[in-house]
Design a binder for this molecule. Sequence first.
Ligand code: CP3
Length: 354
Amino acid sequence: MEQLQNDLFLRACKRLPVERTPIWIMRQAGRYLPEYRAVRAKADFLTMCKTPELAAEVTIQPVDIIGVDAAIIFSDILVIPEAMGMSLQMHEGRGPVFDTPVRTEEQAGKLKKIDPYDDLKYVLDAISLTKKELNGRVPLIGFSGAPWTLLTYMVEGQGSKTFSNVKKLIYNNPELAHKLLDKLTDAVADYLSAQIEAGANAVQIFDTWAGILSPRDYLIFALKYVNQLIDKIKRNDEPIIYFPKGVHYRMRTTADCGADVIGIDWTIDMAKARDKIGSKVAIQGNLDPTVLYAEPGFIRREAKKVLESYGEGSGHIFNLGHGILPDVDPSHAKALVDFVKEKSGKYHTNKQKV
Ligand code: CP3
């Protein structure tokens, strides 16, 4: 077995005793870091994703600069639709765009079945290289978009306010929606299994757009496929984190999906989340990302509230409730990480499994 110098994150995922609460930050490898922007000035975003040396370099930056307890491989959720044959453009300021979204049977029929060892080999190579360069300092997290969130992007073609196109699809042609979700579930399962084989110590499933569904549709179009997906992922004991953003009304059912950890956003009270699901799964979150705009004293007070709200014992992975924003001062992110490292020990004096 691999020897990690810092395995706090992995132990907390399994709700095993820890000396202090581990912390990492969603989107921690990104534009708020000048060191990231310096690499990005030399290569466009997709080139960075597809060049293992560059991906490994920016993956490790927040470990060195901010001091987080886990690295997350630099990539994007949209590499799967791209590998299926959709042409992906990254527009400055506008975000990712698929020129030809998938909205008809015919377009869906053209999507190819992916082989991650071939079509997404560059991600697996980036994982192996990053593991080598990390040299056991912290665990490495792999990730994918959840089937529902990937479908949303593929049908909308870009970010959306109303999600009209994907809603038209699920209400007017649910058969096609389910067919696509089935196909995506298989692709994501193969992809995450391959990431684990390449060395990922844990994997996170991002369901960024889960919260645009009604509570009932969330079960039918999002959670059902996450259940199947988790069943299909080949792993030893690598933890799985499921992050369905905006789904506070379905905490209990969500906790039964088979994941070891549920990620929550900042609209849910941490104590309430723990009360509902803390006996089944670990919880990741949930500081409002915009708190990092405030001065460090304020950040520390808000971070303390999150730690206190979770309370005593293991099973908490500190994170933001969504990704770090690109205009955050890196010293503020560092202040947060330092605070959690210095002050969370007192919640772990009684080294019992929760
Ligand atoms: O967490 C990490 O540091 C790992 C890297 C990572 C990126 N994207 C890098 C990225 C991860 C985990 C993602 C996931 C992702 N990508 C999600 C799910 C998480 C979330 O935030 O909800 C989603 C919805 C995407 C799709 C995506 N990719 C969008 C909407 C954008 C544009 C908006 C933005 O933040 O710029 C991207 C581009 C992207 N992905 C960037 C980075 C660092 C910015 C690209 C650049 O440097 O110009």
